[in-house]
Design a protein around this ligand. Structure first.
Ligand code: SF4
Length: 186
């Protein structure tokens, strides 16, 4: 009996079968989203503009107060479409709408050296490499060259916060800075 169990443990596993064995259905929406990268780029840019226009509203209410409902919406939408892990520093628009946090090694700047010949992950052989997907998605986007940008290491303290609000606040601050500079010059 014990011998049989030992044999089972040591049994040969074909190279395309993952020990994790994520069901393809679990990431089929993610792969679909990468195929629609251009559409999501347009939607994201429009959404970012609306958020920026609403900056005075967010400011008046207080960013910390609106964060909870925004996180709820962001998490629901992005988890469904991109398998988002809410790292808080979204790179989707730079990575062809393929979330790098789904890489088992969580690499943010391109694939490791272990991508399989069929374009799948070396850790999860059933799963297409998120960076191969990122490259394909970026080729469909207008701002596809953004994939060459170097991503900062993940700041774990930002986990579970809203990337949408952070980007909006940063852009608004940048805009204010610019306006102040031009007004001091004149
Ligand atoms: S990069 Fe971060 S915020 Fe963007 S989809 Fe992936 S986990 Fe979510």
């Amino acid at each position: 009996m014990n011998l049989r169990r030992t044999y089972k443990t040591l049994a040969y596993q074909p190279s395309d079968v993952s020990t994790v064995r994520r069901q393809r259905s679990r990431y089929s929406v993610r792969l679909w989203s990468v195929r629609q990268a251009r559409l999501f780029e347009i939607v994201y840019n429009a959404l970012a503009d609306v958020f920026l226009k609403l900056h005075p509203v967010w400011n008046a209410i207080g960013y910390h107060r609106v964060e909870r409902p925004v996180i709820f919406i962001e998490k629901t939408v992005k988890s469904f479409l991109f398998d988002c892990r809410m790292c808080g520093q979204c790179a989707l628009s730079d990575t062809g709408m393929s979330c790098p946090m789904n890489c088992p090694k969580q690499l943010r700047n391109g694939p490791c050296g272990g991508v399989r010949a069929n374009g799948n992950c070396e850790v999860e052989p059933d799963m297409p490499c998120v960076w191969v997907q990122a490259w394909e998605g970026s080729q469909r986007m207008r701002s596809g060259d953004n994939i060459m940008r170097v991503q900062k290491p993940v700041d774990q303290s930002l986990r579970d916060s809203s990337a949408w609000l952070r980007v909006t606040a940063d852009k608004a601050a940048h805009q204010n800075e610019k306006t102040e500079k031009t007004s001091t010059k004149t």
